[in-house]
Design a binder for this molecule. Structure first.
Ligand SMILES: C[S@@+](CC[C@H](N)C(=O)[O-])C[C@H]1O[C@@H](n2cnc3c(N)ncnc32)[C@H](O)[C@@H]1O
Ligand code: SF4
Length: 379
């Protein structure tokens, strides 16, 4: 039997503090809990032995939270555990980090564990903005982190940046692009701020704080980012993601193309042969299930063909290559152009969608109004 290519995600739910925009599953770091959590991650991986033995791991993503906030030995031990399974020789192995915890010593250790891609959460190069959004680092720490990545000899690194932050001006975006030009990362993720309920920024917005960008400003920033990154040789391959030739994030592409991935840790979500599993969100439930020798799954959903089709279209349309007619027809046994005739016609006529060769993709205007296009295709 041919082994199935699979991505692995490992969630590290610890941060030094909570940023004012973030609602990811994470808690304030505490050494005792870190030690216990990593012991349980090892046990959780054991519970997947039978599934993993039939798979080839071709991407690993250690995300969070802030994986760089924990001692590197824990990361090494987890990767050693995964080495009991088949990992392809050219696997992409990424780790997320915050600039202030990315020392040269840590990076050298990561490299020795086989990590070959570093993602650095920069967000902005303006110290006032960084402080205002609750980041624990400043601009000079971002520059130092990149210097360390280079000194460790890791060529593939990403910078996470954000736009439409409170009090952010076009000048800040110009400065970020100037820094990107100097730092020469292989990949850029540039996210538009999402106001998540329960965060400090959400409350500020609801209390009529005037510091927030309106839709027009958000789009002005976004278009500037897209055009200048293109000019610097970063190819946009998804609404918020840009890469130098050949450096698209293989792991994230698995999410967007509905491929198989198995995830470990709190809140982590897996997609295994068309079933979606999501782990418990709190430590107590997570530990308790594993103590019972059971997978710590809080929610399981068998995706129907229509669910998968909806997801495939929503994810696919966000990719610059768009949706390939032959691929979708073969995968779902449908005639895409017939089934979605009216949605295709409406969105092509309004200039939001275009067909290039056998692919349907969003136009520049369509990328600004992607939610409305997605709704038209939803069944
Ligand atoms: C969950 S963080 C993990 C990495 C690391 N802890 C950090 O903060 O950089 C991944 C990225 O998601 C983005 N992000 C988190 N919350 C967001 C929000 N509400 N709106 C837009 N982007 C967000 C940030 O750019 C962040 O770097
Ligand atoms: S953005 Fe990153 S560092 Fe900040 S709270 Fe979220 S996961 Fe932690």
């Amino acid at each position: 039997m041919k082994k199935i290519n699979t991505g692995i995600y490992i969630h590290i739910p610890f941060c030094e503090s909570r940023c004012h925009y973030c609602d990811f599953c994470s808690s304030i770091i505490n050494e005792e809990n870190v030690k216990k959590y990593f012991e349980y991650l090892q046990k959780e991986i054991d519970l997947y032995k039978d599934i993993l033995k039939n798979r080839v791991i071709d991407s690993i993503f250690i995300g969070g939270g802030t994986p760089s906030s924990v001692d590197e030995k824990y990361i090494g031990e987890i990767l050693e555990k995964l080495n009991n399974f088949e990992i392809s020789k050219d696997a992409e192995i990424s780790i997320e980090s915050n600039p202030n915890s990315l020392s040269l010593k840590k990076l050298r250790a990561y490299k020795s564990f086989g990590i070959n891609r570093i993602s650095i959460g920069a967000q902005s190069f303006n110290d006032d903005i960084l402080k205002d959004i609750g980041r624990v680092h400043n601009k000079s720490q971002i520059l130092k982190a990149v210097e360390n990545v280079n000194a460790a000899g890791i060529k593939n690194f990403n910078l996470d940046l954000m736009l439409a932050l409170p009090n952010q001006k076009m000048e800040d975006i110009y400065e970020s692009i100037e820094e990107v030009k100097k730092l020469k990362s292989t990949h850029i993720s540039y996210y538009s701020l999402i106001l998540e309920e329960g965060t400090v920024l959400y409350d500020r917005y609801k209390n009529n704080d005037k510091a927030f960008a309106d839709e027009k400003k958000d789009r002005e920033m976004y278009h500037y980012v897209v055009n200048s990154l293109e000019a610097l040789g970063y190819k946009q391959y998804e609404i918020s993601n840009f890469a130098k030739e050949g450096y698209e994030c293989r792991h994230n592409l698995k999410y967007w193309k509905l491929k198989d991935y198995i995830s470990f840790g709190l809140s982590a979500s897996s997609n295994i042969s068309n079933t979606r599993y999501t782990n418990y969100y709190n430590f107590l439930d997570y530990y308790e299930k594993i103590d019972e020798n059971k997978k710590p799954i809080g929610f399981k959903e068998d995706l129907s063909i229509d669910d998968r089709l909806n997801e495939f279209i929503i994810m696919g349309i966000r990719l610059n290559e768009g949706i390939n007619v032959n691929e979708i027809n073969e995968r779902f046994n449908i005639d895409f152009e017939k089934k979605y005739r009216s949605a295709i016609k409406k969105n092509i006529e309004s200039g939001l969608l275009e067909k290039k060769d056998d692919n349907y993709k969003l136009t520049t205007l369509g990328r600004d109004l992607s939610n409305s296009v997605e709704l038209d295709f939803f069944i």
